[in-house]
Design a protein around this ligand. Structure first.
Ligand SMILES: Cc1cc2nc3c(=O)[nH]c(=O)nc-3n(C[C@H](O)[C@H](O)[C@H](O)COP(=O)(O)OP(=O)(O)OC[C@H]3O[C@@H](n4cnc5c(N)ncnc54)[C@H](O)[C@@H]3O)c2cc1C
Length: 458
């Protein structure tokens, strides 16, 4: 889906405004679009919003995904982007017969279904268009450029430099760069239906990619390389809500995960499944994370994160069945090891037994890419002291509204949204958390703008 600017600042005449607030969103993936929707709905004064991204397409899917045509790994009922209407996505789907006819999955009701990413993207874009239509006092400008640097402006606010060498001043900036600039998957040199293919990654994207390669006949065998050896677990057939035991969650890493293991074992023995227990655990994850010591957080990243993620990001049951069927039939093999180097003829893998060359005609990298702190944009932000890394090096330091913590420790109008805050806020890469954060950020911005206005009036 492509959109072009329909309103430009040149043909827009603000009336009676002394200072039109100028806001920037860097990145138009899901997080950027969601932030824009929240600003349009929540900010009670006219503003000029510029959205930067060199990518004209809003497929919004996770950055590593080459296509939005794959099934999302969350159910319809968990993908509402209206914080006040839990079933907003379901209602939107039900209003349009096209989706129901094409995508109704067997006897599973619509709220429990899994739908392709392109449908979710269409929903997000539709809600964005509605929010924009309702604001005739707001200018939204789309710039198809990457941002190469952000600095403090000599007067106030920020200077944004973009790839076309322009520098523009903004009052507040929302970073929504997620997994970084997207790079297209390289064309395969392999003739159709033959050749050995390696897919690097043990997460849902890697599994999804491997299953599609087999389904589309691009190869007859895929080797999945998982650094931890874990693969994603399955969702239950019908959604289960969060299940909690009523006992408080221990506030140490060891205690919390022993608690989780035992509760899940009981649930499995009773036949209710561990998924509800995991959903309940995740509700307390943010408080637990805040209570952990820096050493425990590092231990979590090193030893627990991979297994936590494999139970958190689950496959639709049908995909899980296909994965294990493919493994049983020898069409997918799983290899545990850390990638040392990717070469044109395969991958150099570091395994428990030492370095091993795994030959391949084609290699597809579907690994999770954390915030690219080496990019010119992030280097400029560090140099200006506008952001700091979190202590486990998963992203940058933010509070629950996405306010970035710079070297002064004071909020200066810079937000880092969604997955950029993964080291500070567990699960902030998922739709429900991004929705709540974007509303909280819009509210925080309103309060901050009011404070600035009061300060300048006094
Ligand atoms: C189609 C879709 C499917 C999803 N599936 C699920 C799901 O099933 N369950 C769930 O909970 N969540 C899901 N999500 C959310 C998902 O898990 C991700 O966390 C989320 O998509 C991250 O989005 P993002 O915008 O932060 O990052 P990205 O998707 O990586 O987008 C970042 C954007 O920033 C741009 N960018 C990067 N650097 C720059 C720069 N220097 N200048 C300008 N632009 C830049 C990139 O070009 C890119 O467009 C989905 C989202 C969508 C829309």
């Amino acid at each position: 889906m492509t959109f072009t600017p329909t309103i430009s600042p040149e043909n827009w005449q603000p009336t009676g405004q002394r200072h039109l607030v100028k806001l920037a969103i860097v990145g138009r993936g899901f997080t950027g679009m969601m932030t824009a929707i929240s600003l349009l709905k929540e900010i009670d004064r006219p503003f000029h919003l510029v959205m930067f991204d060199p990518n004209p397409k809003i497929d919004g899917g996770e950055g590593t995904s080459p296509s939005a045509a794959h099934l999302l790994n969350s159910r319809v009922r968990d993908l509402s982007i209206d914080p006040n209407t839990a079933n907003d996505f379901q209602k939107w789907l039900e209003e349009d017969d096209r989706w129901q006819v094409t995508h109704r999955a067997g006897d599973v009701s619509i709220e429990h279904s899994f739908v392709p990413g392109e449908i979710f993207s269409a929903y997000v874009y539709h809600r964005f268009s509605e929010a924009l239509r309702a604001r005739t006092d707001v200018v939204v400008q789309v710039r198809l450029e990457s941002v190469t640097g952000i600095d403090r402006h000599p007067e106030n606010g920020f200077s944004i430099s973009s790839a076309d060498q322009q520098t523009t001043r903004f009052d507040a900036v929302f970073l929504a760069t997620g997994y970084g600039l997207r790079c297209a998957e390289k064309a395969s040199p392999t003739p159709e239906g033959s050749g050995s293919v390696l897919v690097i990654g043990g997460g849902i994207h890697a599994v999804d990619r491997a299953l599609r390669l087999l389904k589309e006949g691009e190869t007859s065998h895929v080797t999945l390389i998982s650094a931890s050896g874990f693969l994603p677990q399955s969702h239950t057939r019908a959604a289960v809500g969060p299940v909690t035991s009523g006992h408080p969650l221990p506030h140490t890493l060891r205690g919390a995960f022993r608690f989780l293991r035992e509760a899940a074992k009981v649930a499995e023995a009773e036949g209710s499944g561990w998924q509800g227990i995991m959903n309940g655990f995740r509700q307390g994850a943010r408080d637990l994370w805040q209570a952990l010591t820096p050493a425990e957080r590092s231990r979590f990243k090193r030893h627990v994160k991979a297994i936590y993620d494999s139970h958190r990001n689950r496959l639709p049951p049908e995909h899980y069945r296909r994965l294990f069927e493919a493994i049983a039939r020898g069409r997918i093999s799983v290899k545990k090891g850390k990638v040392d180097r990717i070469a044109i003829n395969g991958v150099l893998l570091s395994t428990a037994a030492g370095l091993e060359l795994v030959p391949a005609d084609r290699t597809i990298d579907c690994r999770f890419r954390p915030t690219d702190v080496t990019s010119p944009l992030f280097q400029s932000l560090f140099t200006a002291g506008l952001v700091r890394r979190d202590e486990v090096d998963l992203g940058i330091l933010v509070d629950r509204c996405g306010r970035a913590v710079g070297s002064t420790g004071h909020f200066s109008g810079l937000f880092a949204m969604g997955p950029l805050g993964l080291g500070s806020l567990p699960d902030i890469d998922l739709v429900p958390e991004i929705v709540l954060q974007s509303t909280a950020a819009a509210d925080a911005l309103t309060v901050w703008l009011d404070e600035l206005a009061e300060a300048s009036a006094s």
